[in-house]
Design a protein around this ligand. Structure first.
Ligand code: NI
Length: 135
């Protein structure tokens, strides 16, 4: 088994807020991340795909094809957008790094040109990283 990873980066804004909770509860849980006008991050995402190389090509995954999937389904919809208001795959989810990692998994896993998705790692800041290995 081999692993290929590709990194993508995008900038997006968000606000952590659960509409099912009161404003006070939201402030208590999410703190400054609940500020009404939101804030931004430079997200740094790594997608790791597992597979076995094809003897004909020496590759199990063409990185060019993976790049296209990531651009079309993740970076394109998310870059310079509000995760909460504009990004289709984040609608109905609180825009935590955890939920972003799961949503990216859901976007990418069924569209991989080859191999199987092994890990999605989302770095929201230098200090905060979430890794998701699938359902
Ligand atoms: Ni934030």
């Amino acid at each position: 088994m081999m692993y290929i990873s590709r990194r993508i980066r995008f900038s997006a804004s968000h606000r952590l807020h659960n509409p099912a909770l009161s404003d006070e509860e939201n402030r208590n849980i999410f703190g400054a991340c609940n500020n009404p006008h939101g804030h931004g991050h430079d997200y740094d995402v790594e997608v790791v795909v597992a597979g076995e190389p094809d003897p004909k090509t020496g590759m199990f995954l063409n990185l060019r094809d993976l790049k296209h999937v990531l651009e079309r389904y993740v970076t394109g919809p998310a870059d310079r957008r509000s995760l909460d208001h504009e990004v289709p795959f984040m609608q109905g989810r609180i825009s935590t790094t955890e939920n972003l990692a799961m949503a990216i998994w859901n976007e990418v896993a069924p569209r991989l040109p080859a191999g199987t998705l092994h890990l999605v790692r989302v770095r929201e800041s230098d200090n905060n990283v979430v890794e998701y290995t699938g359902p």
